[in-house]
Design a protein around this ligand. Structure first.
Ligand SMILES: C[S@@+](CC[C@H](N)C(=O)[O-])C[C@H]1O[C@@H](n2cnc3c(N)ncnc32)[C@H](O)[C@@H]1O
Length: 235
């Protein structure tokens, strides 16, 4: 039993595809006002500057990188990466989220493909990206380890994965999540140190944790542990 699935040993028996369909229905339903959430959008100049700082630290503008934003939603990280000078692409299964991402790119004069694809099986060419990023996605996948392995597959040798995640210990299993949360091994997120083992198991090395506890990132002091964990593709 692997590091993540061990936690799911008592999960209700729900087919992964059924869980995934419920997750996607949830985010399609929330797409219209997603960007208004203080932990989702860029609501003020301080928040805007704070996230651009995170991106600059993770991926300075030069050299330009090929970046894949997995579970991109309305394009948050992909657009920031493109604005920082990188060649970014976003994938998501929620069409209503993608439909909001595309005009944002067009309005900013950015060429960012936003494609419908599964985070666990992107169907993209192997070794075609320098950096895979995601924000708030791993926790909502039926098979996070499969996803991490797939992300490693699309990375070039020496490429990195960067996960913006958190430990939302009081997350409520509401709405579409009410019946499926038991099928999501990382539901509610996890402290950063608990993601190191699955990263290593998926073929990454040297995970580094960067706390994201600056209030400006979230418009207020975070109540939960929030962080970026970055790891390199093992040879
Ligand atoms: C909490 S939202 C985060 C959106 C975006 N990353 C952001 O930070 O603004 C989670 C996103 O993951 C997407 N998602 C969930 N499961 C997915 C899957 N199996 N494949 C692709 N996208 C998925 C959802 O549709 C949703 O857009």
């Amino acid at each position: 039993m692997n590091a993540i699935n061990a936690e799911a040993a008592n999960a209700a028996v729900i087919a992964p595809e059924a869980a995934k369909a419920a997750v996607i229905a949830h985010w399609n339903r929330r797409a219209a006002d997603f960007d208004q959430g203080p932990t989702h959008g860029l609501l003020n100049p301080a928040q805007d500057a704070a996230w651009r700082g995170v991106v600059a630290r993770l991926a300075p503008s030069s050299p330009a990188l090929d970046v894949l934003d997995v579970g991109c939603g309305t394009g948050f990280l992909a657009l920031l990466m493109a604005e920082a000078g990188h060649r970014a692409m976003g994938i998501d299964l929620a069409e209503d989220m993608l439909a909001l991402a595309r005009p944002k790119a067009a309005a900013r004069g950015l060429m960012v493909p936003f494609l419908a694809a599964d985070a666990e099986a992107p169907g993209l060419p192997a070794a075609s990206f320098d950096l895979v990023v995601e924000r708030h996605v791993l926790w909502t996948l039926p098979d996070p380890l499969r996803a991490l392995r797939a992300w490693r597959e699309v990375l070039r040798p020496g490429g990195r994965v960067a996960l913006v995640e958190g430990a939302w210990w009081d997350m409520q299993a509401r709405d579409e999540y009410a019946t499926i949360h038991g099928a999501l091994p990382l539901f509610g997120g996890r402290p950063a140190e608990q993601l190191a083992a699955p990263l290593l198991e998926a073929g990454f090395e040297a995970p580094e944790v960067i706390p994201l506890m600056d209030a400006a990132l979230w418009t207020e002091a975070p109540r939960h542990e929030r962080y970026l964990i970055v790891a390199r593709r093992a040879p």
